[in-house]
Design a protein around this ligand. Structure first.
Ligand code: NAD
Ligand code: MG
Length: 297
């Protein structure tokens, strides 16, 4: 069986054409995407890198969060899966994969754009897992709006609450429980460095996440808690088919990268595993780009 360690050419490792035009309402579902993304279901091979760890993963039902939850479990971690209630069917598939790996999966749907729900999520995670030592903030909201005149205050608010405020609420609530050695991993984007004209609000949240993480990393380092960031490029997930960009742009999706194709969620998971594991003990305040080779500052 091939796995993430199999030697091969990254250029043709996955579909090289763009993606077919399609549209989903709301946050979208992985089960409705065509072609099916690779979350590592059949390929991610664990080797005990997170044995006995306790992880909270937001956005864990689909895309990058799903791939990360699968990888964490196969590396030996128990996982609390957070997602929106309308994504229950996707989340149940992930929970089954976590259990198949012999680990505990706790399903916790909650809208983290609501402060009380975000804080309650952390308290529930600590209760259910008997502690917490990995916080992977992967949930995110991205809605393309071509003309600034149509960017509503409601969307601006939702995007910042989901991508920026929730992250701080979750970290604040988790801190009293995080022992030295714990790891916080946030999710930025290539959009932090090369913003699309129609993603004014989203791109701004992603650069805020980079900067916030560098500040937090310094504050928490003396406690032995590391804070790092993963910055994905164009990855095939529901976010992209649910208004993250114009439908007519999907046939070009990922074509602009030096590797010439979109990335798959499975290609992100090893970055989160590395940053969660003690093997990255001297890495903090870093942003690790996984973007098909696009230059970043
Ligand atoms: P995705 O749609 O699979 O995941 C996003 C998840 O965010 C959803 O599944 C949903 O569960 C969660 N979410 C959104 N609003 C929420 C809310 N209010 N409360 C709780 N959960 C909420 O898409 P993805 O691409 O895997 O996105 C994961 C992260 O990767 C996001 O932070 C996104 O900004 C980032 N990212 C994605 C790409 C890409 O090309 N797909 C590129 C750069 C960065
Ligand atoms: Mg989803």
């Amino acid at each position: 069986m091939t796995d993430q360690y199999t030697f091969r050419n990254p250029v043709d490792q996955y579909r090289q054409e763009g993606m077919p035009e399609q549209h989903q309402e709301g946050p979208g579902l992985a089960s409705e995407l065509g072609p099916k993304p690779d979350h590592g279901e059949d390929t991610y091979r664990g080797s005990g890198r997170l044995t006995g760890r306790k992880a909270l993963v937001t956005g864990a039902d689909s895309g990058i969060g799903r791939a990360t939850a699968i990888a964490f479990a196969r590396e030996g971690a128990d996982v609390v899966l957070n997602y929106l209630p309308e994504e229950q069917s996707d989340a149940e598939e992930v929970a089954q994969l976590v259990r198949d790996a012999g680990r505990t999966a706790v399903l916790h749907p909650a809208d983290i754009a609501q402060e009380s729900a975000a804080r309650e999520l952390v308290r529930a995670a600590v209760d259910e897992l008997g502690g917490l030592d990995i916080v992977a903030n992967i949930a995110g909201k991205q809605q393309y709006v071509e003309d600034l005149a149509n960017l509503t205050t409601e969307q601006l608010d939702e995007t910042f609450r989901t991508n920026v405020y929730a992250l701080l609420w979750i970290v604040q609530e988790a801190l009293p429980h995080l022992l030295a050695g714990s790891s916080i991993i946030n999710t930025s984007s290539i959009q932090a460095y090369q913003p699309s004209p129609g993603l004014v609000d989203y791109a701004s949240t992603k650069s805020a996440i980079n900067t916030m993480s560098k500040a937090l990393a310094q504050q928490l380092a003396p406690k032995g808690i590391r804070v790092n960031v993963v910055a994905p490029g164009p990855i095939w997930t529901p976010l992209q088919a649910a208004g993250g960009q114009p439908e007519e742009a999907l046939p070009e999706f990922g074509q602009q990268t030096p590797l010439g194709r979109a990335g798959q969620p499975a290609e992100l998971a090893p970055a989160y595993v590395f940053l969660a594991s003690p093997e990255s003990s001297y890495v903090s305040g870093e942003t690790l780009s996984v973007n098909g080779g696009m230059p970043t500052p």
